[in-house]
Design a protein around this ligand. Structure first.
Ligand code: NDP
Length: 253
């Protein structure tokens, strides 16, 4: 029996990348996982099929975060999926993973780009947590995917890094707020992690990115997923309000 047997989990943005690896990992531990995505339904279905092939349980949920009615759509699909499979809408584990990157020089960031980053990376997780409070069971888990860029300067990502700084604030304040219910709230900060994007097909780019880690490789989704699974399980019960550096030593300088 897995460590998360009988638990339910929502992983936002789990059709690809770190979220995909996290959904597969939580399901492998026995959790029923809601695989959330924005538009790539084929990718989300592939994640569900991968989980089911290995004997796990999952279902897809679509919601475009950062658009009108996003949190409503997300919880409509989530609650329907949970109810059908468990008879209740209880949620044990919430992983706020979906996010958009910047990659724009600071002088060129437009107000629209800034608003989009905040809408998806900050506003959506805030209102997802707020909405999830009635579903989350006492003793539940919230894991927010932050970034090493909250502690490692890269001017090309200043606006994006600001959004992840806000995510860390969400973690800290909610950790205190939810402690009386035994719910832990933590941030996990990946370094550069292979999300299957085209950049990771370029050997020279990968070599440069790998050199930032003391292990001289880029992270894999599973490196982050294992940290999330630890926090999501019973072993993580005494950690709350923390930022877990999952950057392969990138922050050591
Ligand atoms: P990917 O770009 O590979 O995947 C993004 C996921 O989020 C997809 O499932 C996508 O769905 C979903 N998504 C994107 N935008 C929206 C939206 N507006 N509404 C709903 N879903 C959305 O992401 P990564 O795996 O690279 O990153 C995951 C998290 O980790 C992010 O928060 C990112 O900031 C953070 N991070 C990543 C690092 C890295 O090097 N990869 C480093 C540090 C932090 P769909 O498939 O439908 O588009």
């Amino acid at each position: 029996m897995g460590k998360l047997s009988g638990k339910t989990a929502l992983v936002t943005g789990s059709s690809r990348g770190i979220g995909r690896a996290t959904a597969i990992r939580l399901a492998a531990e026995g959790a029923l996982v809601a695989v959330h995505y924005a538009s790539n339904s084929e990718a989300a279905e592939e994640v569900v099929a991968t989980i089911e092939k290995d004997g796990g349980r999952a279902f897809p949920v679509r919601a475009e975060l950062g658009s009108q009615g996003d949190v409503h759509d997300l919880f409509f699909g989530l609650e329907q999926g949970l109810k059908e499979r468990t008879g209740s809408t209880d949620l044990d584990i919430l992983v706020n993973n979906a996010g958009v990157m910047g990659g724009v020089p600071p002088e060129e960031v437009t107000p629209d780009q800034f608003d989009r980053l905040y809408a998806v990376n900050v506003k959506a997780p805030f209102f997802i947590v707020q909405r999830a409070l009635s579903n989350l069971v006492d003793g539940g888990r919230i894991v927010n995917i932050s970034s090493g860029l909250t502690r490692f300067a890269n001017p090309q990502e200043v606006a994006y890094a600001m959004t992840k700084g806000a995510v860390d604030q969400l973690t800290m304040h909610y950790a205190k707020h939810l402690g009386s219910r035994g719910i832990t709230v933590n941030s996990v900060g990946p370094g550069i992690t292979n999300n299957g994007g085209p950049l990771f097909d370029n050997p020279e780019a990968v070599r440069q990115m790998a050199s930032l880690s003391v292990f001289n490789r880029v992270g894999e989704g599973s490196d982050i997923a294992d940290v999330v699974a630890f926090l999501a399980g019973e072993d993580g019960r005494w950690i709350t309000g923390s930022y877990l550096d999952a950057s392969g030593g990138t922050l050591l300088g």
